[in-house]
Design a protein around this ligand. Structure first.
Ligand code: ZN
Length: 371
């Protein structure tokens, strides 16, 4: 508006000026006036270009400002991993203050009309940042969320998604929903609050509302999924999600790479081994996505973790049969696992994993004796 008024004033003063010059013919006067008007107009358009440039610079600096950065862990964004599949690989470490409780692998699957999110992250605040990164992939609405299991580092960020999309469907195995509501969510809230100090806004929990069972097939806006629920592996609440359109398998924490988590009382190391061996033998997906650590082809993602668990089980069995305690054999076993040395929490968690698998072996042998 201002610009139009300014231009009209300039035009008016020019025309007044030229008409004041009586030595020129009307055609010359008009010609002069046109040249001057064009000159002024081009100055104005240069100004426009400059303000466009300024605006672009403002955009660029905005982009730098809203990058998802976590101190020494660097910056995080979704990267295309397969057809219509985007994954943000979180820091491969335990939850802590510097990573703000973000250390899993949220994934986005783009359908024709919306987005499907798997395991959005570990708290409300991180969830808002992940939501902003999702919007850089696509502005389509989030139409569904899938949670792989009960551990809060994978699903507490549901809260940020529900805040923006109150009607979104959130899916999980019925065991996950039950134990989370009956106290597991509170336990994880305590763990993550102590380790990250970043749980503000996470309550009231955004629990999943829809259930997925073993062998269930589900289609969401043209995207086809097949669900597997192992009775007991990483926990007894897990689903593995096969995205058939892209041939991607999301294993949740039944697979880790570069970091060891803990096996709690609801888990089975022997069950986890059996599951991974079956997947290795029987599946041919293009992409395998662990709960923590880099995605990739079958062998490069599964072998290290599976071999680690198998060494624990085999040597643990031997120790059990020799009537030895886990602390007596752990140093020897650790030496057999050189490929695990640079994994986060290896030295810390390996002894308790060994202890756990020896317990399972003991229980199994007692059961077999009873039969
Ligand atoms: Zn877990």
């Amino acid at each position: 508006m201002k610009k139009t008024i300014f231009l009209s004033l300039v035009t008016l003063s020019l025309i007044t000026n030229v008409y004041g010059n009586e030595a020129k013919t009307p055609a010359q006067i008009m010609q002069d006036a046109l040249i001057k008007i064009e000159a002024i107009a081009s100055t104005v358009s240069i100004d426009n270009n400059l303000s466009d440039i300024n605006r672009t610079e403002a955009n660029i600096s905005n982009k730098v400002d809203d990058t998802f950065t976590l101190g020494k862990y660097g910056t995080f964004k979704f990267e295309k991993a397969n057809d219509n599949v985007y994954i943000m690989h979180g820091p491969v470490v335990s939850p802590n203050k510097e990573n703000q409780g973000f250390m899993n692998n949220p994934a986005v699957i783009e359908s024709e009309h919306g987005l499907i999110v798997i395991d959005p992250g570990g708290n409300y605040n991180v969830g808002k940042k992940i939501l902003a990164e999702i919007e850089k992939v696509s502005k389509k609405p989030i139409i569904a969320v899938l949670n792989t299991h009960k551990h809060g580092d994978h699903w507490f960020a549901n809260k940020a998604i529900v805040e923006k999309y109150p009607k979104v469907d959130i899916y999980a195995h019925p065991n996950m929903i039950k134990v989370s509501q009956e106290g597991e969510a509170e336990i994880w809230y305590g763990i993550l609050s102590r380790t990250t100090g970043n749980l503000e806004g996470t309550k009231a929990f955004a629990f999943p509302t829809k259930i997925l069972k073993d062998a269930q097939k589900i289609e969401i806006d043209g995207q086809n999924f097949v669900i597997q629920h192992p009775p007991v592996a990483h926990t007894d609440t897990d689903i593995l999600v096969a995205h058939m359109n892209s041939m991607t398998l999301f294993l949740g924490d039944n697979l880790m790479k570069g970091r060891l988590g803990s096996f709690d009382e609801s888990s089975s190391i022997l069950g986890n081994i059996e599951l991974l061996e079956n997947i290795k033998k029987e599946t041919a997906f293009k992409l395998y996505v662990p709960g923590h650590g880099k995605s990739g082809k079958k062998d490069e993602t599964i072998d290290m973790f599976l071999n680690y668990l198998k060494v624990l089980a085999e040597d643990g069995k031997k120790a059990y049969e020799d009537d030895k305690e886990s602390y007596e054999v752990k140093d020897e076993i650790m030496k057999k696992l050189p490929w695990m040395n640079d994994w986060d929490a290896f030295a810390k968690n390996m002894p308790s994993h060994l202890n756990k698998v020896m317990q399972e072996i003991g229980e199994k042998e007692l059961l077999e004796e009873d039969e």
